[in-house]
Design a protein around this ligand. Structure first.
Ligand code: ZN
Length: 464
């Protein structure tokens, strides 16, 4: 019995593979979820055909940092600082999430990512209010059909108000062990990762123990928020991890705008990675995104979307903000008008594809289009009013495209979006459930006096 075959016809291919390069018009043959061949014309019949004439064909995007659970709180963080985010989202809104809410946020959020061409996601999931929350958050990602790493959050969200700092039982460790054993058996699209308690706010030894715990349960990635720009208290967590002999390629450092050059060197030497999240970093006072500095130090560097409670979950916006904020940042320092621009659109497209794959430890299977790789593929139309004419396909994607231009998205060869619509999703019904969940959580938030929490957060975050 032969495996299911699909051929994508006549696309303008940006393979992001050095040997294959860009192809003006090419066919891609897929079999058993993998790319079998990429050529100008492939003589194959009796298989599913996807027409991509005039469309741009790229690898799926990789989002290396998102808190997917926040999907039904879209726009609450519109004008927030990081201080507001910590005291409101992390300390109040989160406490009103039921396991069902965690499922809905993760299911709808992963679908939003897929619709936007993000085929792999690293979910930093600090909504572990109970073991049921963990199961339901994983189920949401699974049912959406996205590839990725579910990073189990150890952060103890308050689950009652008035807020009390109690001694946190260690149930999350046992629960993460349970998930590793029962739900992540090495098959399927999802791997287990770990999101330690906030490493910038816990004793070094706690962080070290949590990193060792992640390794014990086989975490694919250990995701840590570090070096948060104006909020950086100078604890140099990355330096300490290095000195403790714990730097390794499973570490994924998020934000990191105020990492020192030495720390970036340690990250590079250890094979660890960076996820820059340009939009939140710029808004929340976390500093100029570290991506280009990290690239100069040969760090595996990627982009993350971070909080969809703030803005849309698509990679086009993050690529654009990364590119133009960095250009602005560098131009500010010039003393003479530039003849050329240093940071190119293709550089950010690499961050969102090959860079993300490397940061996720999946560079051998995703991130570029080449024979043998997984068929995670995005096909973007160029016939909309905002895309015509797409003279430079890279510029078209990075600076002009929006999610509605994406015609087709494949994950392991399976269409999850086709003709501009998510496949097999009853959106009106899902939207209704999301709104109901959202209204309940917002009402919970509004019932709490935030004064005590803000005082605690101010002492933690604003006193240095
Ligand atoms: Zn984050």
């Amino acid at each position: 019995m032969s495996e299911h075959k699909t051929v994508i016809r006549g696309g303008r291919v940006l393979s992001m593979d050095a040997a294959i390069g860009d192809l003006e018009s090419a066919d891609i043959l897929i079999e058993g979820g993998r790319i079998l061949e990429i050529a100008e014309s492939i003589d194959v019949h009796d298989c599913e055909e996807i027409e991509a004439y005039g469309m741009i064909v790229t690898p799926g995007f990789v989002d290396t940092h998102r808190h997917v659970w926040q999907t039904q709180l879209r726009t609450v963080a519109t004008d927030w600082s990081l201080f507001n985010y910590f005291s409101r989202m992390r300390s109040i809104y989160s406490s009103f999430y039921t396991a069902e809410d965690a499922y809905l946020g993760n299911y709808a959020g992963a679908l939003e990512a897929l619709s936007a061409g993000i085929t792999t996601i690293i979910d930093h999931s600090h909504i572990m209010n109970s073991p049921e929350h963990a199961d339901e958050a994983v189920r949401g990602l699974e049912e959406a059909g996205i590839r990725g790493i579910f990073c189990y959050g150890l952060f103890p969200n308050p689950t009652q108000h008035p807020f009390a700092m109690g001694i946190e039982p260690g149930w999350r460790f046992d629960d993460a062990r349970r998930l590793a054993k029962d739900r992540f058996n090495g098959e399927g699209l999802l791997k287990l990762g770990l999101a330690p308690t906030e490493v910038e706010a816990t004793p070094y030894d706690t962080t070290f123990d949590e990193i060792r715990f992640g390794r014990e349960i086989g975490a694919a990635r250990i995701s840590c928020h570090v070096a948060l720009g104006t909020y950086d208290t100078g604890r140099r967590v990355v330096e300490h991890i290095h000195e403790a002999g714990l730097m390794n390629e499973d570490l994924l450092f998020v934000h990191g705008s105020t990492l020192t050059d030495d720390e970036l060197g340690h990250i590079a030497d250890g094979g660890a990675a960076i996820s820059a999240t340009p939009e939140t970093e710029l808004q929340h006072g976390m500093g100029q995104p570290v991506a280009t500095r990290a690239l100069e130090k040969s760090v595996k560097t990627s982009l993350g979307i971070d909080i969809v409670s703030n803005f849309s979950g698509d990679m086009f916006a993050q690529m654009r903000i990364m590119l133009q904020s960095q250009r602005g940042f560098e131009n500010e320092k010039l003393t003479a008008p530039p003849r050329e621009i240093r940071f190119k659109a293709r550089d950010v497209l690499e961050l969102a594809t090959t860079g993300g794959a490397a940061a996720a430890g999946m560079e051998s299977s995703i991130g570029s289009l080449a024979p043998g790789k997984q068929a995670d593929i995005v096909i973007t139309r160029t016939d909309s009013i905002n895309m015509t004419p797409a003279i430079d396909p890279v510029g078209a994607l990075v600076l002009n495209a929006n999610v509605n231009d994406i015609d087709t998205v494949l994950v392991a060869g399976r269409p999850v979006k086709r003709y501009g619509e998510l496949v097999g999703v009853d959106w009106p019904r899902l939207a209704e459930r999301l709104r109901a969940s959202s209204e309940k959580i917002v009402a919970g938030y509004e019932s709490v006096d935030p004064a005590e929490i803000e005082a605690m957060a101010a002492a933690l975050m604003l006193s240095h």
